[in-house]
Design a protein around this ligand. Structure first.
Ligand SMILES: [Fe+2]
Length: 457
């Protein structure tokens, strides 16, 4: 490595450098460059060595993962090229993916990976590795679409408070999942209060969840607070800068052509993410048209949809009187239910509200009838019994509002479609295993406050 490179290597001497400036090491007097030694602290600043050491200031974090690829992202304080070294042994990372573009916002797509395989990795530049090559830095590729594999999904809603509430919800989940880990995780919007700025994302997401970020692919949706500083039509603003989301069906589904809404597959689950804040919800608009095409094309047994504004809520937002919520209920639900959606996840209301097994409820809460309740029981195998969707049955979906991962806001919590409504901090854990989906609401003290099961066998 020469002095003209972005970083000093600890074992580099001026004498071995093609651009030997003859100044730094000599003046430093120790005969070697020191990675923490700055030209600006040198009386004869030669301007060749870096003024600041290169450090990772964000991430690494994982995006758009599939059974054959993933995008590794991170931020550095100084611009460099980008290198990810990866392999099946943290002490022998024999493969390299790289980008020669000099940047502080690094995004390296790795392709050609084996499915359901753990890869250890390190990030850095062509001149120096920065972090990784240890037991803590790994990603695991998804199973092939359609393969039934035990899958754990962590779901956070309105988590962006960057405070002790979010920390306690995080810690409760981390201790709950332990060495089981997380296969993928969802953020249901309002990921960084109050305006989704880059600084707010740093505190509410990158400083809050570093462990999960570097090991599991994060799939977010846009909340209204994220939308204060982002624009879906132009795909601009911090939300769109920070996340690399599939526009061309890189992880399955039908290409959406936008990061605002997208689909992907993981094992035998098909996920659909909608933008309930800043994209046209019209049933004949681009988003719903794309969604219908995507749902028509999937052969996955499980369909999970998520977006920010809940179709049913009597939490801090009321689905009987707020347009954004009503639009999603009236326009998205008929399409989703006609293709057999199993579970819909939203946030926005800062509470946990979980419905019975429903079908065909597209009006206000007062229009709910008995025939719309496919199963009004608790959905628990130790109680009224699991919700059943045997064979090719398409009717029946559970709707969860999970917007209490960062704060709670008191409200009536009396929507008649809900089996249970709780004003508690927490997050949702989904476990899908073949023909069985189990959901758990885990509060911030680690207690399992609600569970239900959907079975297709
Ligand atoms: Fe919101």
């Amino acid at each position: 490595m020469g002095c003209g490179d972005e970083v000093c290597a600890a074992d580099e001497t001026c004498a071995s450098c093609a651009n030997d400036c003859g100044l730094c090491p000599d003046l430093c007097g120790d005969g070697t460059c020191d990675a923490s030694e700055l030209c600006s602290t040198c009386d004869a600043d030669c301007g060749i060595c870096p003024d600041t050491p290169v450090t990772v200031t964000r991430g690494p974090y994982l995006q758009s993962g599939s059974s054959s690829g993933v995008v590794v992202r991170w931020r550095t304080n100084e611009n460099t090229d980008s290198v990810v070294a990866y392999g099946d042994d943290p002490t022998s990372l024999t493969n390299v993916a790289a980008s020669s573009t000099t940047t502080g916002e690094h995004a390296v797509r790795i392709d050609g990976l084996a499915a359901e395989t753990r890869y250890y990795y390190a990030i850095g530049s062509s001149t120096a590795a920065l972090v990784g090559a240890d037991d803590d830095h790994f990603f695991t590729t998804a199973p092939q679409a359609g393969a039934a594999r035990p899958t754990r999904i962590w779901v956070l809603g309105d988590s962006g408070t960057a405070n002790d509430n979010a920390r306690s919800v995080r810690d409760a989940y981390e201790s709950f999942t332990g060495s089981r880990g997380t296969d993928l995780w969802l953020m249901l919007g309002d990921n960084a209060y109050s305006d989704g700025t880059d600084d707010e994302y740093q505190r509410a997401v990158f400083d809050m969840y570093p462990d999960t970020l570097r090991n599991a692919v994060l799939w977010p949706t846009l909340g209204n607070h994220d939308g204060h500083s982002a624009d879906s039509a132009t795909q601009t603003g911090p939300y769109y800068d920070i996340f690399t989301l599939p526009t061309a069906a890189e992880a399955g589904g039908v290409p959406s052509g936008t990061e605002a809404y997208y689909a992907f597959d993981y094992a035998n689950v098909h996920f659909v993410c909608l933008d309930s804040y800043d994209s046209n919800p019209d049933p004949n608009g681009p988003m719903m048209t794309w969604m219908e095409n995507d749902l028509a094309a999937t052969t996955q047994p499980w369909i999970v949809a998520f977006w920010h504004h809940p179709p049913y809520s009597k939490g801090s937002h009321d689905s009987d009187s707020e347009g954004g919520l009503e639009d999603m209920r009236e326009f998205a639900l008929p399409i989703l239910e006609s293709y057999g959606v199993d579970l819909v996840l939203s946030g926005h209301s800062h509470s946990y509200e979980r419905s019975m097994l429903l079908n065909g409820h597209y009006g206000r809460s007062g229009t709910l009838t008995g025939s719309m309740m496919i199963d009004s029981g608790d959905g628990r195998e130790g109680g009224d019994g699991a919700y059943l969707k045997p064979g090719s049955t398409t009717e029946g979906a559970v709707y969860i509002v999970a917007g209490s991962s960062g704060k709670t806001s008191s409200a009536p919590l009396d929507h008649p479609a809900m089996y249970i409504s709780l004003l508690e901090l927490g997050s949702v854990v989904l476990d899908v295993d073949d023909a069985r989906l189990e959901a758990t609401f885990l509060d911030d003290a680690g207690s399992e406050r609600d569970t239900f099961t959907i079975r297709k066998d």
